[in-house]
Structures are given as C-alpha cells and as structure tokens.
Write a protein that binds this ligand. Structure first.
Ligand SMILES: [Cu+2]
Length: 112
C-alpha cells in the first residue's frame, strides 16, 4: 500500500525535497549561542537548536528574522537571503548575543 509511504513523506523533518541541508547549526546551551559567530553564504540556511531547559528566541537586532519562542529541544531554521552581518539576541535573555555573517553568493567576486 502507498499510504504508509505517503504519511512518512508528509511527516519527514525535511521541509522540501529540494531544500539543502542547513549550512550551519547553532546550539543554544547554558544561555549561550554556540558558536557565537557563524558565517554562511546567501541563500544558505542556519538551524538553531535549543538544548536548554529554558525557552529562548533567536531575534535579529534589526528584526530581519525572529524565531519567536523556541521551547526546550525545539529547533528553528532560517534561510539568509541578504548578505551582511547580523547581530542577534534572545528576547527573553537580552544578554545572550551572537552574530551571523552572511557572505555573498559563491558566484560573486570575492573582495579579498
Ligand atoms: Cu534566552
């Protein structure tokens, strides 16, 4: 029967068949984003995993992204389409700060 296969496909954790794996994974542990600085390229995704028992958020200082409440053991994935350096923090614990650097696409000439 096809049904079990279809159900498995629908419940698979991968959001879309063509979506690449996250370029980076950042863990939230002990009220800290680990690692504190991550560099990806445009259109790559970053997955944040909350390993703490507390809820946290992943919120851009410029509000360009916001996970909203991320409960314990939950993860959230964001695709970065704009290059730049993005400071982010946890809205619940504003002393938790970290940075995502989004470099230009591979086809773009490097400046160094
Ligand atoms: Cu927090």
């Amino acid at each position: 029967m096809l049904l079990p296969f279809v159900l498995a496909a629908l419940t698979a954790p991968v959001p879309a068949a063509s979506a690449p794996a996250a370029a980076a994974t950042i863990h939230i542990e002990n009220f800290t984003f680990v690692p504190s600085t991550v560099t990806v390229r445009t259109n790559q995704s970053v997955t944040f995993v909350n390993d703490d028992d507390e809820a946290h958020t992943v919120t851009a200082k410029d509000k360009s992204f916001d996970s909203e409440g991320l409960d314990s053991q939950r993860s959230w994935t964001h695709v970065f389409t704009q290059s730049g350096t993005f400071a982010y923090f946890c809205e619940l614990h504003p002393s938790m700060k970290a940075t995502i650097v989004v470099a230009g696409a591979a086809a773009k000439p490097a400046s160094r």
